[in-house]
Design a protein around this ligand. Structure first.
Ligand code: ATP
Length: 467
């Protein structure tokens, strides 16, 4: 996986499995005769997992983490590289999937708070630690002139309602969180608090605040079971000034020196939070040009994937179960439509609109994002069916190919008139380029159809590679 000069690279969705150890709580609560461990992994085949159920089933993934794996190991092997990609300007999404009590929240660190010991910390606090220490070292570097602004938001999908977990005041009086799509297919949301953060402790305080607001309810399987999908998002804006060399062309992005840009306001309601860069602006000055890169990191802690009857749910719990299952079903259908090479050839419709979850993640699955799915499973015989279901679900995600690109915009800071005229000029250029691209696309499609290669029209926008 190497980044191309233009900041574009083709990657599959990465799928890893984490097998949870049986905890004291499990040993007290699972019927003794079903505590036998039926899931095995091997240090010699670290991408393989075997389930000894009614029949022996073997699955292969990008990585399989056995029960003894530490939080730090998971982070180093699967996540750290994605944080570096995020800093480069790629959109990144990590999803934790699995039945209730399988370790999703523990792995993701969604319910982090200052009392959790450092070796138990999950992915989010570790990723934030890498992010801020990298930014600090860039600030102290003489050879790197980048400036960063980081904002976080925390949203919950409960019974198909979007709830702002960082929202102030009474929930009923807040503006509704809405998902929107622009004419180009970009996803936005409105009415959501985005809070500026400058360090890990601040992020953890917002995580703690948000997770306290998260809907939890007692089920038979996990007494504090999460009954909603939670999406913690980090948006990063980085600006760098590229000075001109003597020939009038900009120097490399790492060349130092420039004046400090103004700082965005510290707390704002995001009315149009882009989930990926959707416009290109450019502003050149006599001494160089400003470049802005926006990237977004989604940490998605999904609600328990178990079948309804297993949680003995009734009333509100049952209603939640139906909403959870339909969200995960829609996610599975999207994954299946994108991931199954046979279906992909013939499917012209990817059902993103079937749930809020898939709508929100529309451009994070198969779009302009790097995606990691962490499927969490229990090793106990008691959970054998759910474990198999989780592994089958995760297996379908492995065929998705994304074409992730750096979200780079070039823009000026202080010459609004100049910027506006440049925007108009660039829009005109963009229109001409679109016409040229469309003509080129048409020619390529004609060539491909004569050579037998299938390019589904709608998805050429997302730059899909079908395998
Ligand atoms: N790898 C692990 N090592 C030690 N304890 C773990 C591990 N994974 C999970 N646990 C513990 O198991 C319990 C259930 O885990 P967790 O709450 O993360 O499950 P979950 O999948 O998020 O469940 P739900 O869907 O109900 O929210 C917690 O007490 C957690 O600390």
């Amino acid at each position: 996986m190497t980044s191309t000069g233009g900041g574009s690279e083709k990657v599959s969705v990465q799928v890893v499995i984490r097998v949870k150890p049986l905890t004291e709580h499990d040993l007290e609560n699972l019927p003794t005769r079903f505590q036998r461990q039926i899931v095995t992994t091997s240090p010699y085949a670290t991408n393989q997992i075997v389930v000894e159920g009614e029949k022996r089933q073997v699955f292969n993934f990008d990585n399989v983490f056995p029960p003894e794996t530490t939080q730090q190991e998971i982070y180093e092997k699967s996540v750290e590289n994605l944080v570096n990609k995020f800093i480069e300007g790629f959109n990144v999404t990590i999803l934790a999937y699995g039945q209730t009590s399988s370790g999703k929240t523990h792995t993701m660190g969604t319910a982090d708070n200052p009392l959790i010991p450092s070796d138990s910390k999950g992915i989010i606090p570790r990723a934030m630690s890498t992010l801020f220490s990298t930014i600090n070292s860039i600030h102290h570097s003489k050879n790197d002139n980048r400036k960063f602004s980081i904002k976080v938001s925390f949203v919950e999908i409960h019974n198909e309602d979007l709830i702002d977990l960082l929202g102030e005041g009474v929930e009923e009086e807040r503006p509704p969180v809405l998902i929107r799509e622009d004419s180009k297919g970009n996803i936005y949301w409105s009415g959501l608090q985005e809070v500026k953060v400058t360090g890990v402790e601040e992020v953890i305080s917002y995580l703690a605040k948000g997770s306290q607001h998260r809907q939890v309810g007692a089920t038979d399987m996990n007494e504090k079971s999460s009954r909603s999908h939670a999406i913690f998002s980090v948006t990063m804006l980085q600006q760098k000034f590229i000075p001109n060399n003597n020939n009038g062309s900009p120097l490399s992005p790492t060349t130092p020196t420039f004046s400090r840009p103004g700082t965005p306001s510290s707390r704002s309601i995001s009315s149009r939070a882009p989930s990926r860069a959707n416009s290109v602006m450019s502003s050149r000055f006599d001494d160089g040009e400003w470049v802005t890169i926006t990237s977004k990191f989604h940490f998605v802690d999904l609600a328990g994937s178990e079948r309804l009857k297993r949680t003995a749910a009734s009333g509100d719990r049952a209603k939640e179960g139906i909403a959870i299952n339909s969200g995960l079903l829609a996610l599975g259908n999207v994954i299946s439509a994108l991931g199954d090479p046979n279906k992909a050839k013939y499917t012209t419709h990817i059902p993103y609109r079937d749930s809020k979850l898939t709508r929100l993640l529309q451009d994070s699955l198969g779009g302009n994002a790097k995606t990691l799915l962490i499927a969490c499973v229990s090793p106990a015989e008691y959970n054998a069916n759910e474990t198999i279901n989780t592994l089958k679900y995760a297996n379908r995600a492995r065929n998705i190919k994304n074409n992730a690109v750096v979200n780079q915009e070039e823009m000026g800071w202080n010459d609004v008139g100049h910027l506006q005229s440049l925007v108009i000029k660039l829009r005109q250029e963009n229109s001409s380029l679109k016409i040229a691209n469309a003509t080129l696309g048409l020619q390529q499609q004609q060539q491909q159809s004569s050579s037998g290669i299938v390019t589904p029209g709608r998805y050429s926008y997302f730059r899909y590679t079908w395998t």
